[in-house]
Design a protein. Structure first.
Ligand code: MG
Length: 377
């Protein structure tokens, strides 16, 4: 039996900035809950950290003509079949790829379409893709702190909370970063897996020095030591170091991954939904990595919708080792009670509800809504 559905509209709830605790490394800007409506009793919902991108999606819904001549037909979002995801999104990308925000706007559309399809078929998304596993180990992903003592304290808290792996976001001064890595390794012992993510902070020379130190400390991966734009520098680092060098989460389209791989500029990839157009884009990057024998470690650092969008892919691919859990636990929770948590062995488990697997806490959302934008009105 073929299910016939049509997209009938979009509603965007612009939300007051969340009051993050002092520790959260996050910009407090209005976020948005995005809801795509259909002619059945089924809607697709996701969240965008930046409300302006959600407003842009409403503009795309209003658009009735194509901007660029294209070999493909222009698909109007109203009346489109939510099951025609590939056709809708190819059309979207062909029309808007030149806009800086296109991957993020496409991400909201894509995640809502997956949510609709999952709800229509009463299946969680990872099962629709094809499940590989039902749980995955999580690493605690720290905030950035000022002192070595803070990192040691936080690392010990992570271990107390059941994590077997920790990724350090260091102060981003290479000498101090080495001190932090030594102190944390010393404090947690050899049994805990450690990774370092200085978020593009170093020069090529500094990156090599830090890399050699964390190799001695038996770190598991070395993420974004230098800017992703320095492809030759990354390739040189990959050649010079034994530790796995990861990059990619700040690439702003799926196509740039091909160049990173072709030029041997990464040992493994990182990937983030809002930069590659959502679940569909991440899945393509993960499969590309798989074919080249590479890991694709997905970035699940964010609000609950972002976390589960990444989790569904992790559960349906083999080449990802960890779920990234922001620490302190729950620091980015908002808008729902269906939040991802670890069990006592440090694993996160598959969402059980259909689609993305998240129910909206409408009381909270209504309480935080500044404005609702809808199309058609
Ligand atoms: Mg990172």
């Amino acid at each position: 039996m073929v299910i016939e559905m049509k997209i009938t509209g979009i509603k965007v709830y612009i939300l007051k900035p969340q009051e993050f605790s002092r520790e959260a490394t996050r910009i407090n800007v209005p976020s948005a809950l995005v809801q795509i409506l259909t002619d059945e009793e089924i809607d697709g919902i996701t969240m965008l950290e930046e409300a302006s991108h959600a407003e842009e999606l409403v503009m795309k819904f209003k658009t009735g003509r194509k901007w660029l001549r294209s070999t493909e037909d222009f698909i109007q979002l109203i009346d489109a079949d939510p099951f025609d995801r590939e056709r809708i999104e190819k059309s979207f990308w062909n029309q808007y790829f030149f806009q800086r925000t296109a991957p993020s706007v496409l991400c909201a559309l894509d995640e809502c379409l997956w949510d609709i399809v999952g709800k229509a078929l009463k299946m969680p998304i990872y099962k629709l893709i094809g499940a590989y596993r039902e749980k995955i180990p999580a690493f605690a992903s720290t905030q950035s702190y000022g002192s070595v003592e803070d990192y040691v304290r936080v690392a010990l808290e992570c271990v107390e909370n059941g994590f077997k792996a920790i990724k350090i976001h260091p102060p981003r001064y290479w000498k101090r970063d080495i001190e932090v890595c030594r102190a944390v390794r010393d404090a947690v012992g050899e049994e805990v897996t450690l990774m370092l993510d200085p978020f593009h902070a170093y020069t090529r020379e500094e990156a090599l020095k830090v890399g050699r130190e964390i190799e001695k400390l038996n770190f598991y991966w070395y993420e974004d030591p230098i800017p992703t734009t320095d492809i030759d520098g990354l390739a040189e680092l990959c050649r010079s170091l034994d530790i796995s060098v990861l990059t990619g989460e700040n690439v702003h389209d799926i196509y740039s991954y091909a160049e990173i791989i072709r030029r041997n500029a990464a040992d493994g990839l990182r990937c983030l939904d809002v930069n590659v157009g959502g679940i569909t884009g991440m899945l393509k990057v993960a499969h590309l990595a798989e074919l080249f024998g590479m890991k694709c470690e997905l970035h699940s650092w964010g609000h609950p919708w972002q976390q589960v969008a990444h989790l569904h892919i992790m559960l349906s691919i083999k080449n990802c080792d960890f779920f990234e859990m922001p620490f302190p636990i729950g620091i980015f929770d908002q808008g729902t009670r269906d939040v991802v948590r670890i069990d006592r062995e440090g694993y996160v488990h598959a969402p059980r509800k259909p689609g993305l697997g998240i129910d909206v806490d409408w009381d909270e959302i209504r309480g935080r809504t500044i404005r609702v934008i809808a199309w058609p009105k």
